[in-house]
Ligand binder design. Structure first.
Ligand SMILES: [Zn+2]
Length: 423
């Protein structure tokens, strides 16, 4: 057996920890009134179809489960064929083959694929089948629902709405949740602390920040007075009645609140997942999401464990530098093996030279629908086996060390970051 085959056999046997998912928080919460095209095109591959030329309005028709399945397929078909070999496309093809026994998705098979998809839904144990039996996932970190089914998930919790509030209504609602009204920035900060502690008492495993979708990850350090001035905008007459429109809140408030949240996280030694790199969807600002922009936070909050998402794609070398340089910065490859399997593999080959092996987590499915998780972990296991086999072949280390690293990346490192008990 060659090194790749032996490593793949070893990795295929691991029960892995999945750092990041967006799945419905329990199987019964999966959307009703759906079919295979509607569910599988909720994200990712749908963007590749648009990138390949499908118009957004036509994508909506393809996704609409009320339309005729074959008509919808034919609308998507030329773009599906163009995009089928991307990481997103391959992940779906693997899911069709291994979960539903359909070897090729095309006009001749789409109806049968859908029939099997619907039949599997109706059985009611699809999460167990896909996540446990087929994907061998011990547990996934779910973004972000504290009521998640604990058979499958631990929870990440977001407080982005405390950092970027947009409407006075949010202040009123937060006041009702915490039991005191919000009149000042000090109240707002105290309310965040109350909600943070409640979330971790209810079993949250990590914080999560998704703000790179809407602003730069550079958080400056304004004075409290500047933040307060921005916050008081919510109480200006034109914004005061709760039913009036939203306002754009000043950057000073956002930056100040991020520092406050990190101060709380630092004192508690929490893990904090940060979206960096590629944003889902078509058309966004990639330079807002460069992980280098977080450097001042890494320097200041040494006891927060920053779990930096998506390999920082396409800033993998910058992330390598950060993870090498900072004790509190960790590389998370979630989403990575389907964004570009080759980019993920190459990055890992390089990281293993520069970054200690206890700093990298190999897999997070990052899917809204469960079938995609299977395709992603399939690619991830092969990718890591290939990267490690390359290191064995060039004499960097031997097969025993390669297996040790595989276990760290897929199991031990994420388990330690998210408090998952292995036994
Ligand atoms: Zn995500």
């Amino acid at each position: 057996m060659n090194a790749y085959d032996e490593l793949l056999e070893y990795i295929a046997g691991l029960e892995i920890v999945d750092t990041h998912e967006h799945l419905p928080h329990r199987e019964s919460a999966r959307p009703h009134n759906t079919d295979v095209l509607a569910e599988w095109l909720r994200h990712y591959f749908s963007c590749d179809l648009v990138s390949a030329g499908l118009r957004e309005a036509d994508l909506e028709r393809v996704r609409d489960p009320h339309g005729d399945l074959l008509d919808r397929w034919l609308l998507a078909e030329p773009f599906w064929q163009a995009a089928q070999s991307t990481g997103y496309g391959r992940s779906l093809a693997i899911a069709a083959r291994d979960l539903y026994g359909i070897d090729r998705i095309d006009a001749d098979t789409i109806a049968e694929l859908n029939r099997r998809f619907v039949a599997a839904r109706e059985q009611g144990n699809h999460y167990r089948f896909v996540l446990k039996e087929k994907s061998r996932i011990r547990v996934s970190v779910l973004d972000s629902n504290l009521d998640a089914d604990r058979e499958f998930f631990v929870s990440a919790i977001r407080f982005d709405h405390y950092i970027c509030p947009t409407h006075r209504r949010e202040l009123v609602a937060a006041g009702q949740r915490v039991g005191f009204p919000i009149h000042s920035l000090a109240d707002w900060k105290q309310a965040l602390e109350v909600e943070l502690d409640r979330a971790f008492e209810r079993g949250a495993a990590t914080l999560k920040c998704g703000l790179a979708y809407q602003r730069s990850l550079r958080f400056d350090k304004p004075t409290t007075a500047e933040a307060e001035t921005a916050f008081h905008e919510f109480f200006a007459d034109p914004h005061a009645p709760a039913w009036r429109g939203s306002i754009k809140v000043g950057k000073a408030l956002q930056d100040h609140m991020m520092h406050h949240l990190l101060t709380l996280a630092d004192r508690r030694g929490l893990t904090f997942q940060f979206h960096t790199g590629l944003q889902e969807g078509n058309g966004n600002v990639i330079y807002d999401a460069n992980p280098v922009l977080l450097t001042n936070l890494f320097l200041e909050y040494g006891d927060v464990k920053f779990d930096v998402f998506h390999m920082g794609y396409p800033y993998m070398q910058e992330l390598s530098n950060l993870a090498k340089n900072f004790r509190n910065v960790f590389i998370d490859m979630c989403w990575g093996h389907i964004i570009s399997p080759t980019a993920a593999r190459r990055a890992l080959v390089e990281w293993l030279d520069a970054v200690p092996a206890n700093k990298i987590s190999a897999f997070g499915g990052d899917y809204c629908f469960v079938d995609g998780v299977y395709g992603h972990q399939y690619l991830a296991r092969r990718n890591v086996a290939a990267a490690l086999a390359e290191k064995v072949a060039d004499g960097s280390f031997d097969l025993g060390r390669a297996k040790e690293i595989a276990r760290l990346l897929f199991v031990d490192n994420p388990a330690r970051l998210f408090g998952v008990e292995l036994g």
